[in-house]
Design a protein around this ligand. Structure first.
Ligand SMILES: Cc1ncc(C[n+]2csc(CCOP(=O)(O)OP(=O)(O)O)c2C)c(N)n1
Length: 582
């Protein structure tokens, strides 16, 4: 049966089939028909104040649901502003479906200068997205949207871009019957049982396996399956940064991979079982830094959905290709079917020494005249509910979080590969929308990071999203200061004037408090949650903390700059000006 509809309505029909629940876009004439039909069909429409943040919001929504959402920009500059968000989504392997309105097709190809609301952007998006398609005629629409979802979700996920002639989108066309997603893209696949069996045997014969959980465990919502596997094996568990939350850090098997205990577990391991990770640089590609000792004699199994990602960052011995919720369960089933598994006694001892190490780190927090950011994290941990979604943004703030703010919930959002500052508020908005307003969400952020998209606080207020923002306000780009002090002797453009973000939050309609004593941090965060409003707790911290005392693990994390042979600067003799990394 033919289906007479406008192009905008047809786009919405195609999105509904893909279970899209939110479109992040401002109201605009160039997408008016899409918005009209989206609203009629119960798709939430949430406007960002900057279109890059729309992409971050869609990414946050995906992180909590595993389902791609849509971001759109107004014709011309609105589309241009999507670009940085798209670049970040590509690096974070996030499937966001981007729609960009474009001037009428004839005008697009005309020889003209200085056109209004026009820039050629297709090639820019095509160079960074997994797919980019142009709709010049209604008949092309279905296949382009289908290809966009197919490519966004196949293999390693990523953003896709659909550009459409804006004059077209209000026009009607007689469309063919809708084809359901199951008929135009392959369902997720189970792993080959024979390979799963091989993996189970390798694990059974290993003396000391270690589990490494990556971002895909979290993104595919495989927490239960992973926890079952981890508890079945009773071996140490480390996670990549993006895999934070795969196993809560209160679990007796969790060790931070840069801690002494984590390093010891890795050094002793004869088998690394890596799940849903490409071995990111921040985790030493799975072979450098804490993964280096014993690496040559260690075997590696990967559970991965994308065959193309296997063996790139480090060699592997066995690849189990399949959708993680299936493959992890298949592996756990195969292990269970093989009879009881010998427990490793060292885990309890490693965990005890890990906890002692964390306590020692707390004792080593220097006393500073202002609040040390480490203390901020310890105090925040007391007041942020255990089940809160934790969103992170900033520079040094990241390290303070890792060392002093224990991850007690399964949900953690951070641009772990690209480290794109300014993602935090958008991620938090998407996460809060996806989980509903009852679930606590906390954004821990540097003041620099917050500044990139601070007006999104108004988006929180407009949509009554009770995110609690906690600012590590050192009035600086803290992470940049050490290099400046060391290299220049002073800092250039790394500090900010004092800003009362709490008062701005109040003026926008949220809850705000300014805190400059340690004992007030936790009560203020408690009051923020009790307010039920979007809230902002501004904690004034010591500016010098970031460069006078190195944050825990900072040297390990930056050591990748020197450790990777692919980084040719390490071939230049140390001390020469070119390699002064600050
Ligand atoms: C969009 C973007 N711009 C610049 C950087 C480089 N950068 C990394 S950390 C950092 C400082 C961040 O400052 P802040 O958010 O205040 O956190 P702090 O280091 O003080 O904890 C900068 C500028 C980046 N990662 N992303």
């Amino acid at each position: 049966m033919q289906n007479d509809a406008s192009v905008g309505e047809r786009i919405v029909q195609l999105l509904l089939q893909e279970k899209v629940e939110a479109i992040f876009s401002q109201g605009d004439l160039s997408m008016v028909d899409i918005q009209k039909h989206a609203e009629r069909n119960g798709i939430a429409i949430v406007a960002p104040r900057h279109e890059a943040a729309a992409v971050f919001m869609a990414s946050g929504y995906y992180a909590l649901t595993g389902r791609p959402q849509v971001a759109m920009g107004a014709i011309g500059p609105g589309v241009a502003n999507l670009l940085p968000g798209a670049i970040c989504a590509a690096q974070e392997n996030v499937p966001v479906v981007l729609f960009g309105a474009r001037r009428q097709s004839a005008s697009n190809r005309a020889v003209r200068r200085d056109r209004w609301l026009y820039a050629p952007m297709f090639e820019s998006f095509r160079s960074i997205c997994k797919f980019a398609g142009q709709v010049d005629h209604p008949e092309q629409l279905d296949e382009i949207v289908q290809e966009a979802f197919r490519r966004a979700l196949a293999g390693t996920p990523g953003p896709v871009y659909i550009e459409y002639d804006y004059a077209l989108h209000t026009q009607s066309w007689s469309f063919p019957p809708l084809v359901p997603p199951a008929r135009y893209r392959a369902p997720v696949q189970r792993a080959d049982p024979a390979v799963v069996q091989q993996a189970a045997e390798l694990i059974r014969t290993a003396a000391a396996p270690v589990l490494l959980a990556g971002e895909d465990v979290v993104r595919t919502r495989s927490h239960d399956a992973f926890q079952r596997l981890a508890h079945l094996l009773g071996v140490p568990v480390v996670t990549t940064m993006g895999g934070t939350g795969a196993l809560v850090e209160t679990d007796g098997q969790f060790l931070f991979h840069l801690s002494e205990a984590g390093r010891r577990a890795l050094a002793d391991a004869d088998l690394l079982i890596a799940l849903g990770t490409h071995f990111p640089e921040m985790s030493g590609f799975g072979r450098l830094n804490s993964f280096a000792p014993g690496n040559e004699r260690r075997q590696t199994i990967v559970l991965e959905r994308d065959a193309e990602a296997v063996g790139v960052n480090r060699p592997v011995d066995l690849a189990v290709i399949g959708h993680l919720p299936y493959s992890i369960t298949q592996l756990a089933d195969a292990l269970e079917a093989g009879g009881p598994i010998a427990r490793r006694d060292e885990v309890a001892e490693l965990r005890a020494s890990y906890q002692a190490e964390r306590q020692a780190l707390e004792q080593q927090i220097p006393s500073t005249s202002g609040i040390h950011p480490s203390r901020l994290m310890l105090e925040a941990r007391k007041a942020v509910p255990d089940d809160a979604v934790i969103v992170l943004d900033g520079g040094m703030t990241i390290l303070y979080k890792m060392a002093f703010f224990e991850q007690r919930s399964r949900d953690f959002l951070y641009a772990a590969n690209f480290s794109h500052l300014g993602t935090g508020l958008g991620y938090a908005i998407g996460a809060q929308l996806a989980t509903g307003r009852e679930r606590p969400v906390c954004l821990l952020t540097g003041d620099g990071a917050l500044g990139f998209h601070f007006m999104e606080f108004e988006t929180l207020v407009r949509h009554k999203l009770p995110v609690v923002v906690v600012i590590n306000d050192d009035q600086a780009l803290g992470a940049e200061m050490a290099a400046h002090v060391k290299h220049i002797g002073h800092t250039i453009e790394t500090t900010f004037s004092p800003v009362r973000y709490d008062q701005i939050a109040q003026a926008i309609g949220g809850y705000g408090e300014y805190v400059d004593t340690i004992t007030e941090i936790a009560p203020a965060i408690g009051r923020a949650y009790a307010s039920g409003k979007p809230a902002l707790i501004q904690v004034r911290t010591d500016q010098k903390a970031s460069f006078e005392h190195a944050a825990p693990y900072v040297l390990d994390l930056v050591s990748w700059l020197e450790a990777d042979p692919a980084n040719y600067s390490s071939a230049i003799p140390k001390g020469s000006p070119q390699v002064n990394l600050g």
